[in-house]
Design a protein around this ligand. Structure first.
Ligand code: ATP
Ligand code: MG
Length: 345
């Protein structure tokens, strides 16, 4: 059985991995008490390993608080992991390493809040050139580049370069954030709820634009969203997270048409039950996720799982291959695990 802490997941080819994440962990201290000492730790990301393949869109889904944004912030080196490694094209992104500065530019992120991401006192052009100049690009070249990326996201530089964020619509501001991320010439773009705040029609336009940019610039995407329909539309593969861990990873069709983890089934059934042709038998999720300060023993989904057995409290299931490029962390899916629904070894 492959433990989650091993670097490569089963069924993932190493040659095509742009990003390789191994056993990444990050916990946050919760301060309290008389002297403000750390009383406990929230295990926001609790041992995640996965690959992002060159040219793909990897969707990441999971309930609020499961650690998606913390994972994204770790990947762009906004925060440091407690343990674990991130490698881009085989080069480890180690803190303090000379290569880190170069590698860092290659991963950029677009956040949900288009307004908070932009300095209200800077023009759109200055917002975009700021990062470029900080990275050593000269003024003329930075301006040239800013206009080029504005053009790419469908905002005519003549009309938009000198405007301020408050003079733009939400959709236009989010295009500026995408342009700013592209200005640094990334290979991997992390989109954390990047279109979630937009009206549906604007969202569709921005999504189409992202698809087009991906082709044109040979980009790879990590796409984080609450919206399971959007994730299905845009992703090649999907990683499902629960309480700081990856519990199922696979091609989008397999995850949506034949989910194996009871959590994935529950998550999807709340969505599919709206459509009678696609009604699935799994019950939608009930209750809230347990507290990430003190996750349940064994499988952390067991407290909400319709098929949990005593074994699930005792042993944590690792991510194991369940078909072509499909991996799942559930005893019921692992032959010989001892779960009554598992095949005999
Ligand atoms: N700086 C922080 N200090 C303390 N706890 C934090 C911090 N950042 C995140 N957390 C906690 O870590 C857990 C994961 O949070 P995170 O924002 O990564 O979840 P998420 O999956 O992005 O949620 P959402 O879908 O709501 O955006 C949560 O319990 C959250 O409260
Ligand atoms: Mg988040």
């Amino acid at each position: 059985m492959l433990a989650q802490s091993q670097p490569a997941a089963v069924g993932e080819s190493s040659s095509a991995a742009l990003l390789r994440v191994a056993d990444l962990r990050k916990s946050f201290p919760i301060k309290g008490g008389l002297f403000g000492r750390a009383q406990a730790h929230v295990k926001a990301v609790d041992g995640i390993s996965f690959d992002v393949r060159t040219g793909e869109t990897l969707g990441i889904v999971g309930e609020s608080g499961c650690g998606k944004s913390t994972l994204a912030r770790l990947l762009i080196q906004l925060i440091e992991p407690d343990t674990g490694t991130i490698a881009l094209d085989g080069s480890p992104m180690a803190a303090g390493s000379a290569a880190l500065r170069v590698l860092r530019r290659q991963i950029q992120m677009v956040f949900q809040d288009s307004y908070a991401s932009l300095n209200p006192r800077l023009t759109i052009e200055d917002s975009i050139t700021f990062g470029l100049k900080a990275n050593g690009t000269d003024r003329i070249e930075a301006k040239h580049r800013a206009h080029a990326v504005l053009d790419m996201v469908g905002l005519a530089p003549d009309m938009f370069a000198q405007r301020y964020p408050h003079e733009l619509s939400g959709g236009q501001r989010q295009r500026v954030n995408i342009a700013r991320a592209l200005a640094l010439g990334p290979r991997l773009l992390i989109l954390d709820e990047a279109v979630s705040a937009l009206d549906k029609s604007v969202e569709a336009q921005v999504l189409n634009q992202l698809q087009e940019l991906k082709q044109r610039l040979d980009l790879t995407y990590i796409f984080i969203s609450h919206d399971l329909n959007v994730v299905q539309y845009i992703s090649d593969r999907v990683l499902v997270m629960y309480l700081g861990k990856a519990i199922e990873v696979g091609p989008v069709q397999r995850i949506y048409n034949a989910p194996l983890h009871p959590y994935t089934r529950g998550l999807l059934s709340s969505r599919l039950s709206m459509d009678p042709r696609r009604r699935v038998s799994a019950a939608p999720l009930s209750g809230d996720p347990p507290n990430p300060i003190d996750p349940p023993s064994g499988c952390r989904f067991r407290t909400r799982c319709p098929i949990a057995e005593p074994l699930c409290a005792q042993r944590e299931p690792g991510l194991v291959a369940a078909g072509d490029s499909h991996i799942v962390a559930c005893h019921a899916q692992h032959s010989g695990s001892g779960h009554s629904l598992a095949a005999q070894a």
